[in-house]
Design a protein around this ligand. Structure first.
Ligand code: GDP
Length: 182
């Protein structure tokens, strides 16, 4: 089955987003504490695709060696996934573009892994500020890339952006199906 991976810094709101997308409160536990999602979790959605919940990156308090282990783990995941259609990098809409997120996107791009950006916690900003932050992201990405990846503005607490993300995935899934000649 086609697979879509969700990844981002710890505390970015990944568990909350996954709960919103799946419509089930109990699937991914949220907590204010960073580091809750340790392992890869798969969720079967609509019986036709897998949502893959990857561990959060960028903990401030971990050692260099565990950062290395984590990096290897993530790169292994992305490099060996034939089913992976698209990765979604989550970023908190309130922050300016962060080096760690930009580096990760850069790495995905260089390795030919398609990705989209999901801005989280949009309820925390006014529309004008949202626009400014998205614009800042676009500008910095356009310094390196010719195109801006698909992006989505979401709020799990206000239930914003769910249909955009799910609609995008459905569209990719139907493209896959119509391109399969067996
Ligand atoms: P994770 O560590 O990336 O899985 O992040 P969580 O989903 O556990 O969320 C981290 C914190 O951000 C929690 O305190 C959530 O309640 C809060 N949070 C997550 N999504 C939203 C959102 O859309 N709006 C607001 N206001 N808070 C959010």
């Amino acid at each position: 089955l086609p697979e879509y991976a969700f990844i981002g810094r710890s505390n970015v709101g990944k568990s909350s987003l996954i709960n919103m997308l799946t419509g089930r409160k109990s699937l991914a536990k949220t907590s204010g504490k960073p580091g809750k999602t340790q392992l890869i979790n798969h969720f079967l959605i609509n019986k036709n695709w897998h949502l893959v919940d990857l561990p959060g990156y960028g903990y401030a308090q971990v050692s260099k060696s565990s950062k290395k282990v984590f990096q290897r783990f993530i790169t292994q995941y992305f490099k060996n996934r034939e089913q992976l259609v698209c990765g979604f990098v989550l970023v908190d809409i309130r922050h300016n573009p962060q080096p760690i997120d930009l580096e990760f996107m850069q790495w995905l791009g260089e390795n030919g892994i398609p990705f989209g950006i999901i801005f989280t916690k949009a309820d925390k900003l006014k529309p004008k500020a949202i626009e400014n932050h998205v614009e800042a992201y676009k500008n910095i990405l356009l310094e390196t890339w010719e195109e801006v990846p698909n992006y989505f503005i979401t709020s799990s607490s206000k239930n914003i952006g769910k249909d955009d993300v799910l609609g995008f995935i459905d569209e990719l899934n139907s493209n896959i199906n119509s391109n399969t000649f067996t």
